[in-house]
Design a protein around this ligand. Sequence first.
Ligand code: HEC
Length: 142
Amino acid sequence: MDNRPAGADGWLQGDTHRKFDTMAAHLRGMDMAMVEIGHRYAELYWAGQDGNWAYAAYQVDKIRTSLELALVRRPKRSASAEPFVTGLIPMMQQAVSAQDAQQFAGAFETMTVGCNTCHAAEDLAHIRIAPPVQRTVITHGP
Ligand code: HEC
C-alpha cells in the first residue's frame, strides 16, 4: 500500500486505491464527454457548411474517440449507443470522405436523430440536440 501523496503539491492523498478513485472522479463519466461531443458536433456542422472536409473528418474522429472512451467508463450506456457507434459514425465518415455537401446534410440530419435516440433511451429525452443556427466557434471557413 502506497500512502505517498501524488500530484502537484500532493493533492492526491490516501492509499493507491483511494488515489485512483479520486482520479476516476476527476476524469468524469459521460457528462464532460458530452460537453466535448456537443462542441465537436457544432464544429462538424460548420466544417460541412464550409466544405472544410479535412476538419470535418477530424471532428468525426474525435467524436468517435470521445464516445468510445466514455463508454469504457460507463459500460451500462453501451447498448443505447450501439447503433450510433456502429451505424451513424461510419455513415458520417463516408459522407465526409465523399466530400459531398448534399450527402453530408443528410448524414448530419440522421446523426442528429441518433444523438436524440440515445438520449431518449437513457431517459434523457429533455436533452434535445439540434443543428446550430449561429456560429459560436473559433474556426473559420475557407
Ligand atoms: C450513450 C448514448 C449517447 C449518444 C450516442 C449521445 N449521447 Fe449525449 N448524452 C448521453 C448521456 C448519458 C448524457 C448525460 C450524461 C450525464 O448525465 O452524466 C448526455 C448528455 C449530453 C449533453 C449535455 C451535456 C452537459 O452536461 O451539458 C449534450 C450537449 C449531448 N449529450 C450531446 C450529444 C450529441 C451532440 C450527440 C450526438 C453527436 C450525443 N450527445 C450522442 C448519451 C448519449
